[in-house]
Design a protein around this ligand. Structure first.
Ligand code: GDP
Length: 318
């Protein structure tokens, strides 16, 4: 079994490669829910949905969110009613949120609602999707303090387009959960043959998962070898604010700075060819450094990255 810690877009691309080389039912994905929010009374889980849509081949690779060729008639109608409509919700995407919200209102927890969506989506595309486990069933909203004010995650990320400088990230909701991690989170780390931290934003996608009680401890104690892939390439994020956030929060925006954040549990750190010069710095943290092509632009490059990562963790998984 392979367990992956995941945010949205970068993780979804890596998981496509992984699911192409390993049986999907052997893959468990622990997903960040710090970005989750309610809009128009509906419960929206951006990272879970990006992963589901991408693995089902329904996602929009250009935008990185929502369903390809979706329409926005409902959104337009809401706007005409005077509703705030800065968070874009396509018509087919809305069906996902309606379905999830109904299940939650009827008493399902988030893990059960996610599993129901995974099964429906698998049926629709005629192939099984990997298991998705939300990091927790409890609400765990991430908040960010910007140069202007404290904001909810989606106000910062979508409404203000990540423009304000981030001065603080508040993960206290993830750290103080009523019911702790979702069932399966800790077990899937402790019993895995290999664990991978996907190329996702270390502060706002992986950070919330690491803040969930017991997760970091499980990563430190599992017998599985753990690998991480740098989302920072040549000092830059391919998309999103990871590089600017790493800098404004004082970590520095390099692949080596990402390795430092995972220093206490990662065995193998995979970084891009452009960062070959950082190899000694990463190795000095007690990790094996692998320098390879990490930009995933095609099915082949996704598979190759998954193969390199697994091979470095366990020869028989390659
Ligand atoms: P979000 O929640 O949708 O913003 O997505 P993620 O948490 O998955 O993270 C976005 C991060 O993924 C950015 O820092 C990107 O640099 C990184 N990323 C996206 N695509 C790739 C890729 O092909 N290769 C690598 N190495 N990183 C990527």
């Amino acid at each position: 079994m392979i367990t992956v810690l995941a945010g949205g877009v970068g993780a979804a691309k890596f998981l496509q490669g992984l699911a192409a080389i390993r049986p999907p039912n052997e893959i468990h994905v622990i997903v960040n829910t710090g970005d989750d929010a309610q809009f128009h009374g509906l419960y929206v889980c951006p990272d879970i949905d990006t992963i589901l849509y991408t693995l089902a081949g329904l996602g929009d690779p250009e935008r990185g969110w929502g369903i390809c060729n979706d329409t926005f008639h409902c959104q337009e109608a809401l706007r005409r009613l005077g509703e705030a409509a800065w968070f874009q919700l396509g018509d087919q995407d809305l069906a996902t949120h309606l379905y999830r919200t109904r299940l939650l209102r009827e008493g399902a927890n988030l893990a059960e609602a996610t599993e129901a969506l995974r099964q429906q989506m698998s049926r629709r595309v005629h192939h099984p999707l990997p298991h998705l486990i939300p990091m927790t069933n409890d609400p765990a909203p991430t908040r960010v303090r910007t140069s202007a004010e404290w904001l909810s995650f989606q106000e910062y990320f979508v409404k203000l387009r990540q423009e304000p400088e981030v001065l603080e990230v508040d993960l206290s909701s993830a750290a103080r959960l009523q019911n702790g991690p979702a069932p399966g989170v800790i077990e899937s780390i402790l019993t895995a043959d290999a664990v991978v931290v996907a190329p996702s934003n270390p502060l706002i996608s992986i950070g919330p998962i690491l803040a969930v009680p017991g997760v970091r401890e499980a990563l430190r104690t599992t017998r599985a070898r753990i690998g991480a892939i740098s989302p920072i390439i040549g000092g830059k994020a391919l998309k999103g604010p990871a590089d600017r956030m790493m800098a404004s929060l004082g970590f520095g925006s390099t692949a080596a700075a990402v390795a430092e954040l995972y220093r206490d549990f990662v065995d193998v750190f995979v970084m891009d060819q452009q960062d070959a010069a950082l190899r000694p710095e990463v190795e000095s943290k007690g990790m094996q450094a692998i320098v390879t092509q990490t930009v995933m632009t095609s099915a082949g490059s996704k598979e190759q990255l998954a193969r390199t990562m697994l091979g470095a963790l366990r020869d028989d998984l390659r």
